[in-house]
Design a protein around this ligand. Structure first.
Ligand code: 13P
Length: 255
């Protein structure tokens, strides 16, 4: 972390977990546990049907509720999708885009990730843009090249002034939900590469101000070591974001 230069962001990605009632119970449990912990932004991204209840439960707290995806069109014949305008209309300003599970299971590409990101930014939303290499790419020693290319494609055509509304989430796919965490050194190295690409694209000032999270089996036991690294400015947390005590410990590691 480098709080002097950029905001630390600790975000939960609930994925396909929590009914509205379960989300309300969770928010009510965690709200007092994270109250006043203002050295980082605290976000939970929820399934669409759970968002309204979570928003209501989080009202007046330091918890932000976001969505897990957004479509690039404002409306129309896109069965099963939700637009940025729809999310904004119910009070959602934050959205995850490009999660590897969307790329892996639902055919999303750098091109659609880029379109979705542009639509969310145009609607005034804050985007958590996910990227990262798969196991075969790390083993082949091409992690840096893969991540550099992904970030360039995902950010294509996005101007420097929009970067204040983008958080990059570096999530090595092999570390997601597997219990295998990148070592702090591995995560730091790749986050550093990503920041170098941002320097190339936008200059040093924008790159230094951009929050880069690590995601992939981050938990209460390993968060402090990961967050101690200068280029790791937060976490995007799956499994541990469903357990109030574990998530709060990660927030504490960021204080
Ligand atoms: P896990 O923390 O469960 O590995 O998930 C990480 C993730 O995919 C967050 O988006």
């Amino acid at each position: 972390m480098n709080p002097a230069k950029r905001r630390t962001v600790i975000a939960g990605n609930w994925k396909m977990n929590f009914t509205p009632a379960e989300a309300v119970a969770f928010i009510n449990e965690i709200k007092p546990m994270v109250a006043g912990k203002d050295n980082c932004d605290i976000i939970f991204c929820a399934p669409y049907v759970t968002i309204a209840a979570a928003l209501e439960a989080a009202k007046g707290s330091n918890i932000v509720i976001g969505a897990e995806n957004v479509h690039f069109a404002p409306k129309g014949a896109y069965t099963g999708e939700v637009s940025a305008e729809m999310l904004k209309a119910i009070g959602v300003d934050t959205v995850i885009i490009g999660h590897s599970e969307r790329r892996q299971y639902f055919g999303e590409t750098d091109e659609t990730v880029n379109l979705r990101t542009k639509a969310a930014l145009a609607a005034g939303m804050r985007v958590i843009l996910c990227m990262g290499e798969v196991k075969e790419q790390r083993e082949a020693g091409i992690t840096n090249e893969v991540c550099a290319m992904q970030i360039k494609l995902d950010l294509a055509g996005i101007p420097a002034e929009d970067m204040k509304n983008i958080v990059i989430a570096y999530e090595p796919v092999w570390a997601i939900g597997t219990g295998l965490t990148a070592t702090p050194e591995q995560a730091e190295e790749t986050c550093g590469v990503i920041r170098d690409v941002l320097v190339e694209l936008y200059g040093k000032e924008v790159a230094e101000a951009t929050t880069i999270q690590y995601g992939g089996s981050m938990n209460d036991a390993n968060a402090a070591d990961l967050l101690a690294k200068p280029n790791i400015d937060g976490g995007l947390i799956g499994g541990a974001s469903l357990v109030a005590k574990k998530f709060t410990a990660i927030v504490d590691a960021a204080q």
